[in-house]
Write a protein that binds this ligand. Structure first.
Ligand code: PLP
Length: 407
């Protein structure tokens, strides 16, 4: 199958759109789960905003302010369309972490939800807020036990069935530590049947495959622009309208109010109710450009391309003696591994210094998951649209060399 996007541009040439690969032609960048690189259209959007539109939004009536407001709301519309939601359902945040903190705090203030549940494999951003808000507000917190890298539906069923009170399940659509993909539809049905609501941490999932918020029946979805070609410092919280309307705001200040009196305040409607202060306007224009770039690709072919690289990586790495793959056999975009005789940090440093390969080593902000796997840290290779078969081959060659060197 030709690896091409809708306009016929070869995926193999995608690297040309990314200035970082002109700067460092030999770079094999496999740390995409941490953050992705930016195409020139995204970089240009940021420069263009500060050059031509820079102004605050939703306030003044002068020309620049009006242009900035239109751009900002265009970005919201693009984010909404990208996941099939409506603009009122999209709250701009700093990123996934802030989206999840906002939710954990606001849901803690509601008497409706007495229990928060998060699997052991979650990124700290989707674990610590629920754990800490439970402690602060006297809610029950249940860390769901994980054997290996996958959530077993029987374990989930045991925990959520017969609950007397409303609960929240906060779970990743795709885990960052191993690339386990959640069977979302099944889990959503189970949660709703038991009277709970579901929050999907989409930080890894949304960059990788088309997602239909409306059709998914998910209650809340969080993701970050920087993991899908956009700038850092901006992301989104998407929620069901009636839930967003019921939730109290998280932060107070300018632009989130309706009317302020000396002793009380009423709040703006959604989504402004959750956007106190000057937002990341330039970031929103970059987010818009990133979505435009992704929309210009045939996303099914891109997803298949990444799947192919992931399974090639499994194949190559599983033939290296002493190397243990921690990811599920069918992981998505991510392969995590350890070697019995080389420390993950030594391996990552060797790969960078000798092969210009960038992978992540460490606990991947998922210490409870590392504990469950019986390790303290691991190596992680993660793929995105500009990676190639050669990138996987250089990674495998580099690891073999490292094993010989350290062995
Ligand atoms: N959730 C997952 C699954 C992640 O992979 C990450 C970042 O790696 C986050 C949450 C936090 O995202 P951010 O740092 O953009 O807020």
């Amino acid at each position: 199958m030709p690896l091409s996007n809708d306009s016929g541009v070869s995926l193999a040439r995608i690297k040309e759109d990314f200035p970082v690969f002109h700067e460092y032609p030999g770079l094999v960048y496999l740390d995409n789960a941490a953050t992705t690189h930016k195409p020139d259209t995204v970089i240009n959007a940021l420069v263009s905003f500060y050059t031509r539109e820079n102004s605050n939004v939703h306030r003044a009536v002068h020309r620049l302010a009006e242009r900035a407001t239109v751009l900002f709301e265009d970005a919201r519309r693009a984010v909404a369309d990208f996941v099939n939601a409506v603009p009122e359902q999209v709250v701009f945040t700093k990123g996934t972490t802030e989206s999840l903190n906002l939710l954990a705090y606001s849901l803690s203030l509601s008497e409706e939800f007495k229990t928060f549940i998060a699997p052991q494999f979650e990124h700290h951003s989707n674990f610590v807020p629920w754990q800490q808000m439970s402690r602060r507000f006297g809610r029950e917190f249940i860390p769901l036990e994980i054997n290996g890298a996958e959530l077993e539906l029987d374990t989930l069923e045991r925990v959520i069935s017969n609950r007397k009170n409303g609960f929240v399940l906060a779970v990743s659509g795709l885990t960052n530590s191993t690339g386990f993909k959640l069977p979302i539809r099944q889990v959503v049905d189970m949660v709703h049947k038991s009277g709970g609501i579901i929050v999907i941490d989409g930080a890894q999932l949304i960059p990788h495959e088309p997602f239909d918020f409306e059709d998914s029946m998910v209650d809340f979805l969080a993701f970050s622009a920087h993991k899908m070609l956009g700038p850092t410092g901006i992301g989104a919280l998407v929620g069901k309208r009636e839930l967003l309307e019921r939730l109290p705001p998280f932060a107070f200040g300018g632009e989130m109010i309706d009317r302020v009196d000396l002793h009380d305040t009423t709040f703006a409607s959604i989504p402004q109710k959750f956007e106190a202060g000057t937002p990341n306007i330039a970031g929103a224009t970059g987010f818009l450009a990133a979505i435009d770039y992704l929309n210009g690709l045939n996303r099914t072919i891109v997803a298949e391309h990444i799947e192919r690289l992931t399974s090639l990586c499994h194949e190559e790495l599983s033939s290296i003696p002493g190397l243990r793959i921690l990811s599920p056999e069918k992981s998505h975009g991510i392969v995590s591994f350890v070697h019995e005789s080389v420390h993950p940090h030594d391996l990552a440093e060797f790969l960078s210094q000798n092969f210009d390969v960038a992978i992540r080593s460490g606990h991947h902000c998922a210490q409870p998951q590392m504990k469950g796997l019986g390790i303290r840290s691991s190596c992680r290779a993660s793929f995105y649209i500009y990676n190639t078969v050669e990138d996987v081959e250089v990674l495998a060659k580099g690891i073999r060399n490292a094993v010989r060197w350290f062995g």
